[in-house]
Design a protein around this ligand. Structure first.
Ligand SMILES: CC(=O)SCCNC(=O)CCNC(=O)[C@H](O)C(C)(C)COP(=O)(O)OP(=O)(O)OC[C@H]1O[C@@H](n2cnc3c(N)ncnc32)[C@H](O)[C@@H]1OP(=O)(O)O
Length: 433
């Protein structure tokens, strides 16, 4: 197959959110990746001048897919042109429009005004524009429709992202929570999507809870599954507001015991650290004078940190984790991040005693992290010779601390910037069109 007939799928596919009233684009963007839908090379074969338009009504996300090209290869069999519309249709709802005029006519003929699904749980303004977060759940009909229309973006924007099988799922119990972030429009369309996040709730048992006396009570662990801010709205603080808002919902809900995240990518991890760190620092269970050596001491008083869910706390660490509802691994890493900033605040020079304090804390910090790494990788590390094991632990320790340094460095100036520019929760003006 010759390359002259290959087009980059990431470049030729354009996604647009269109105002049904004015029929103008509210925002447009390209996919970040297409390998899940096309091939590893992220190319579409058989055309010159190929353009693939994936348009959505900006409010209920009714989709329309069309393609146009200057030249199409005249070949059959293996060398025949791929059909991008048919390929993309596999990842879109069954009733997706393939004719733009029919799609536009359908949008024009709508009689009912659109209201986002669910309940509005938070509203904020940013550069004079209002943004609102709506909470709903599957299988509520409108939630199902809107999510199904737009969730192709999980495959086009998230590395390894996948869609929720909205059509096939067994809905005997509503276990998916969905939050949509909308911005307000000045036209009668009123609402345009900015992002969304989904959570799956697992039922679980709280050890020691008397369920027989309270048969109506249930407990769950919730898992953040897909988190998307559409590209034109990224890096303006909207992801942070959405994350904080949904987190607050579960923190306030006594039936939710733990908030976990499914396969976070690097960008989301940074966002999560940045948002969880101030929460940890404000937690009432966090001792103000906590140092690495005190944490090591406390950890030693407890037989072994548990991998289970919210065991009865015997140290402040378990109480702190319970207060924040964080999974163990993330909680421990967040604590290590906080302790690095504590360590950074201990002077390096000074009297002999001061220098000794600093050295003791440095050592405690190193051991604390190495002990955690060892616990979490016991099986593979136990197979190594002692010298190799020490080397591996040191290497991992150094890369972990390097990562924490980057997060702390990244947070410092950014936080100042945010405070200066913040306007009710988000920054910088959203680019439109
Ligand atoms: C479980 C999962 O779903 S993981 C998948 C997460 N989703 C995706 O990757 C889809 C595509 N990307 C997105 O939807 C968004 O860019 C998100 C969710 C990653 C971030 O949302 P945003 O609204 O852009 O984040 P926000 O503006 O609040 O950023 C907060 C901080 O997070 C960090 N951050 C956000 N995006 C990135 C990035 N791409 N790379 C590095 N750091 C990042 C930064 O520290 C940022 O602060 P700064 O902008 O002052 O530097």
């Amino acid at each position: 197959m010759s390359d002259e007939w290959a087009t980059s799928a990431n470049e030729c596919i354009k996604l647009s959110l269109v105002d049904p009233e004015t029929q103008k684009n509210v925002v447009s963007f390209n996919p970040a990746m297409t390998y899940q839908i096309f091939d590893e090379a992220e190319s579409i074969y058989g055309y010159k001048g190929l353009k693939v338009d994936l348009k959505f009504a900006c409010d209920d996300l009714t989709p329309c897919i069309t393609a146009s090209w200057k030249e199409k290869i005249d070949a059959e069999g293996d060398a025949a042109a791929q059909d991008p519309v048919e390929i993309l249709k596999e990842h879109l709802p069954e009733d997706v429009y393939t004719s733009e005029s029919e799609w536009k006519a359908a949008l024009k003929s709508r009689t009912e005004p659109f209201t986002p699904p669910g309940t509005c749980i938070h509203t904020y303004t940013h550069s004079g524009t209002t943004f609102s977060i709506y909470r709903t759940s599957l299988p509520t009909a409108l939630c199902k429709t809107v999510l199904n229309n737009i969730q192709i973006t999980t495959e086009l924007l998230i590395e390894g992202g996948s869609q929720i099988p909205v059509e096939d799922e067994d809905w005997s119990d509503a276990r998916w929570d969905v939050y949509f972030l909308y911005t307000s429009l000045p036209t009668s369309t009123k609402h345009s999507l900015v992002g969304y996040v989904t959570f799956y709730n697992f039922f679980t048992y709280l050890p020691g809870y008397d369920y027989s006396s309270h048969p109506e009570t249930h407990h769950s662990r919730t898992r953040l599954s897909q988190f998307v801010i559409l590209p034109p709205y990224q890096r303006q603080g909207h992801g942070s507001v959405l994350y904080d808002t949904v987190y607050a919902q579960y923190l306030a809900d006594p039936s939710v015991l733990e908030i976990t995240v499914e396969d976070p990518n690097e960008a989301f991890d940074i966002l999560r650290y940045a948002r969880d760190l101030p929460r940890l620092r404000k937690a009432k269970e966090l001792p103000v004078d906590l140092t690495p050596s005190k944490v090591r001491e406390a950890a030693r008083t407890k037989p072994e940190t548990s991998n289970g869910l919210l065991v009865t706390p015997s140290t402040f660490l378990s109480a702190l984790r319970k207060e924040l509802k964080l999974p163990e691994r993330h909680f421990l890493q967040l604590l290590e991040l906080h302790l690095l900033s504590v360590l950074n605040g201990i002077p390096k020079g000074g009297s002999k005693e001061a220098r000794k304090t600093r050295e003791d804390e440095e050592r405690a910090y190193r051991l604390l992290i190495k002990e955690r790494i060892y616990r979490q990788n016991k099986d593979s590390l136990a197979e190594l010779e002692e010298s190799e094991r020490k080397e591996k632990l040191q290497e991992t320790y150094e890369s972990v601390v390097e990562g924490y340094r980057e997060v702390l460095e990244g947070l410092k100036p950014k936080r100042r910037e945010r405070e200066e520019e913040e306007d009710g929760g988000a920054r910088k003006k959203v680019k439109r069109g």
